[in-house]
Design a protein around this ligand. Sequence first.
Ligand code: ATP
Ligand code: MG
Length: 356
Amino acid sequence: MYDDAAADRLVTAAADGEDRAVEAALRPRDLDEFIGQERVREQLSLVLQAARRRGASPDHVLLSGPPGLGKTTLSMIIAAEMGAPIRITSGPAIQHAGDLAAILSSLTEGEILFLDEIHRLSRPAEEMLYMAMEDFRVDVIVGKGPGATAIPLELPPFTLVGATTRAGLLPPPLRDRFGFTGHMEFYAPEELERVIHRSARLLAVEIDPKGAAEIARRSRGTPRIANRLLRRVRDYAQVRHDGLVTPEIADAALAVYEVDPRGLDRLDRAVLHALLKLFGGGPVGLSTLAVAVGEEAETVEEVAEPFLVREGLLARTPRGRIATAAAWAHLGLTPPPQAGGLAVPQQAELFTPPEA
Ligand SMILES: Nc1ncnc2c1ncn2[C@@H]1O[C@H](COP(=O)(O)OP(=O)(O)OP(=O)(O)O)[C@@H](O)[C@H]1O
Ligand SMILES: [Mg+2]
């Protein structure tokens, strides 16, 4: 499955074991330390300040956006800013509504409940959550079968912070119960440079500004990837040089890991290369393209294509995948005269009789 191909990529936005181990140390602790996401930060700051003034729990908060942009980090910041304890769980960890009831009924007043991957909550748990969010109440079912009874239980005021990479999958009744939704966006290179400088300081890595810029450019708008690339470049700088990260060293280190100047890795480049060299830029069907690079169609579609599309290197059309002019330029190739695949021959051209 595509998860295997995705898992060992240096540029995946998903967390790997090492990320989990170091991320706790790299997480900003308060809103001032949190870099970028100006809009979400300002909105959230108002929500939290207002709640503090009222001496009440803030409204429930939903954080949505792609992996590695800082949702978990922000949830912890919310707790820190409110001076409240935080309980952390996730949609997949809650197997039964009873698991959720147990968590909810043990919350203390003002506690933050962080529910990661909230789109993966089961239906019964989700329905229990509706009542808990709105009325601060759950029905605990005692006993089984016809003798079972529902015992209503009052909950202390708490704040649910839900995180999801797939806001579109949340049922509207659940979405509507959040007082505030923060939409996280990809980071600008300058913001990632600041993330890298901050992490370098925490990891005691010496880095010059251009070295940070070089890593930032290849980090796909994602702080988690920026931090991971920084660690790999640090290794290289320490083993092969004196430890200082310069742009030349960042470039050489990332060449070893096959991360190119735009953040494309081996798989991304293989897909583009096949599309350009074998199919003249397309259009070509997904399954044909996948066979050409020796991968599953899902891997190409879900692992490689999203970033290529986001970068404007590849387009999905009803007739198949096509490369853009930027793709030809990026691989340093010259498009054939009629490349692009979007030009539909005119009827007249199709039926022009050969010259006598
Ligand atoms: N705004 C930021 N400033 C500095 N570092 C950040 C910022 N956002 C994220 N990071 C760093 O990126 C790492 C990943 O962030 P986080 O775990 O919060 O992402 P996430 O959105 O929860 O990802 P996932 O969807 O995989 O759960 C964190 O360790 C943190 O150090
Ligand atoms: Mg997270």
